[in-house]
Design a protein. Structure first.
Length: 224
């Protein structure tokens, strides 16, 4: 699944968008304010960010400017109920790639997301690295030197989390929140099974990187 960050404080609208986007094949992380959105943006690579202009703790354009100043190149679609030309110009000048006024048709939102994804795909996606390992976010290929293996979606999400937090212990609760669309679907047995599959694929390409079980605490990626 392609990952989208949705920053929307309207509970009802947010739930509708998350459900609709998931049915269209997107994995959606949802933030309800600017502070939460900043944490999500630091942790993941998103194909598109959908950003509400009016948030409880800050203005959307202020958060947008901050991201752009920190070299965030992710395509950003700004949502707003403010439809004056001056409002749209302000959002675009702050760094938005597109602007959609509320209320809007879901089909139009999907079309705009697709356009932004095509535009964003023209940029080179940086590889995620931990020691000798490289993970390609576009192809889901995990590589060590000349040897590669393709990961399924959940394996990729897990490897993404481990590489971004290399050397840190990640609990099952953390993995469930970061890697599953619905954390309630991630039982202990489900997580353990996915970790087992990921370990097998790691052994196929590099026996100097492994996922260590920290009993009673979680898991940790270790790379020589």
């Amino acid at each position: 699944m392609m990952r989208i960050l949705l920053v929307e404080d309207d509970i009802h609208l947010g739930e509708i968008l998350v459900r609709g986007l998931f049915e269209e094949g997107y994995h959606v992380d949802r933030a309800v304010d600017g502070s939460e959105a900043e944490l999500f943006n630091l942790q993941r690579d998103y194909r598109v960010i959908i950003l509400d202009r009016m948030l409880p703790d800050m203005r959307g354009e202020d958060l947008l400017q901050k991201w752009r100043q920190n070299n965030c190149t992710t395509p950003i679609l700004m949502l707003t109920a403010m439809d004056a030309v001056s409002d749209r110009v302000t959002g675009l000048k702050a760094g938005a790639d597109d602007y959609l006024c509320k209320p809007f048709a879901f089909a139009e939102l999907l079309a705009r997301i697709e356009v932004l994804q095509r535009r964003g795909s023209l940029n080179t996606t940086p590889l995620l690295k931990a020691g000798t390992l490289e993970l390609n976010p576009q192809t889901r290929l995990l590589t060590y030197r000349e040897r590669s293996v393709i990961l399924n979606r959940l394996e990729y999400e897990l490897m993404d989390a481990f590489i971004r937090h290399s050397g840190q212990i990640l609990s099952k609760e953390t993995l469930a929140e970061q890697c599953w669309q619905d954390p309630w679907d991630a039982s202990d047995n489900t997580i353990e099974a996915q970790i087992k599959n990921l370990r097998k694929k790691l052994r196929l390409i590099d026996n100097r990187a492994w996922i260590k079980t920290m009993r009673g605490v979680g898991y940790r990626l270790e790379v020589e």
